[in-house]
Design a protein around this ligand. Structure first.
Ligand SMILES: NC(=O)C1=CN([C@@H]2O[C@H](COP(=O)(O)OP(=O)(O)OC[C@H]3O[C@@H](n4cnc5c(N)ncnc54)[C@H](OP(=O)(O)O)[C@@H]3O)[C@@H](O)[C@H]2O)C=CC1
Ligand SMILES: CCCCCCCCCCCCCCCC(=O)[C@@H](N)CO
Length: 337
């Protein structure tokens, strides 16, 4: 009886696996050549690496960020990477945290394209400011959402409205983090916003089917970017030590992983073993990755591996109680300010 059930389960897994892999292999791959790619956060780290990658593949590229000097430097790098004289490469300085800012930036980027809406929008802008929860303020907690969710959501809304209005069957790619799948000590101002980005992407993946707009979301591990150096300035040592086990990526490697996932049409784009484990084990009703069998495998490894890892992290945190108490004491945390 048991053997029969096992044979049945294996048969089902293989049949479903084959059915679900079949259409993916024949799907045509997305090609940036000749398309207009709009990249928020395109002056640094992942966004810049992605902008260079698309430029090298013949795309028109618009990058948006606030700091003009960094934008100029980034644009010079794009110019140096152009592969034909007709490519339109531009940089725009806007603050993207409001719908007004996001809309103005997008409108400006459409001008050199005769008012046409970008074919693809990559929402890379974002920032982490790690620290202990009890050291946060009302403002810093709100800023955490500004620097993650609101940055992504306002540009997503501006882009969705414009794509629908202009009948553009475009693509919107969100950038969350593996911390959009789980929480880690020190990330109370960041992880919630990255989860929220996932929530928005899950909703829009379905809703924007109404307009044939593709929605995808990238879930990277650590990336050794300027943003990473910046966040390490406030990151508690213990957090740095714990997260070192994720084996980080250069922004260039991450941009390649994102690009491959976009080409394959994955909804959740994960390009590392660790991210695959979290994706497969927190999938819910999200579409499977390119292979159902692989996801079942990752799910099983995750059940065991991530449980062991989490227990070890909990232990490290508890082991830090005394040192942490001394730290709070030394900072006079609860003294009236
Ligand atoms: N680095 C990491 O370890 C990881 C990062 N991520 C996420 O990946 C994305 C890229 O990260 P990373 O490459 O490290 O980022 P960087 O900090 O290197 O670059 C961030 C970019 O976003 C822009 N930006 C930030 N705030 C705003 C704003 N309010 N309006 C307009 N532009 C803004 C910055 O320019 P300017 O400041 O001039 O506006 C810059 O171009 C982020 O969303 C980040 O949260 C996810 C996982 C790991
Ligand atoms: C067999 C099982 C092994 C499991 C190992 C799991 C290791 C996970 C480490 C946590 C990584 C946190 C990355 C944060 C990225 C990020 O978003 C910030 N840098 C903000 O920018």
């Amino acid at each position: 009886m048991l053997q029969l059930t096992l044979v049945g389960v294996v048969f089902l897994v293989f049949t479903f696996g084959t059915i679900m892999i079949w259409p993916m292999s024949s799907r045509s791959r997305w090609n940036p050549s000749g398309r207009h790619c709009y990249i928020t956060g395109g002056s640094s780290g992942l966004g810049l690496a992605l902008a260079i990658l698309f430029t090298k593949r013949g795309a028109d590229v618009s990058i948006v960020a606030r700091n003009k000097e960094n934008l100029d430097k980034a644009l010079a790098q794009l110019e140096a990477s152009r592969v034909n004289p007709n490519q339109i490469l531009r940089a725009y300085s806007y603050s993207l945290g409001t719908l007004g800012g996001a809309t103005d930036a997008l409108e400006a980027a459409c001008v050199p394209h005769g008012g046409q809406t970008p074919d693809a929008v990559f929402l890379c802008a974002g920032k982490a400011t790690p620290g202990f929860f009890i050291e946060q303020t009302e403002e810093s907690l709100r800023k955490g959402m500004d620097d993650t969710y609101w940055l992504a959501a306002q540009s997503a809304m501006a882009a969705s409205k414009r794509m629908v209005r202009t009948h553009t069957e475009g693509k919107i790619v969100f950038v969350s983090s593996v911390l959009g799948y789980f929480g880690l000590i020190g990330y109370s101002t960041y992880s919630p916003g990255k989860h929220a980005i996932r929530g928005l992407a899950e909703t829009l993946r379905q809703e924007l089917l109404l307009y044939s707009i593709d929605v995808q979301i990238y879930m990277p591990v650590t990336m050794y970017s300027p943003g990473y150096d910046e966040e390490n300035k406030t990151k508690p040592e213990l957090v740095l030590k714990i997260e070192e086990s994720d084996g980080g990526l250069t922004p260039e490697k991450a941009a390649e992983g994102l690009y491959k996932g976009v080409q394959k049409g994955d909804f959740h784009i994960t390009d590392t073993f660790v991210a695959n484990l979290f994706r497969a084990s927190t999938r819910g009703s999200s579409p499977f990755g390119s292979s159902v069998l692989k996801d079942v495998f990752f799910g099983i490894i995750a059940m065991i591996g991530l449980t062991m890892w989490r227990k070890d992290v909990d232990k490290q945190v508890k082991g830090h109680r005394e040192a942490h108490a001394e730290y709070l004491e030394s900072k006079n945390t609860f003294a009236p300010k």
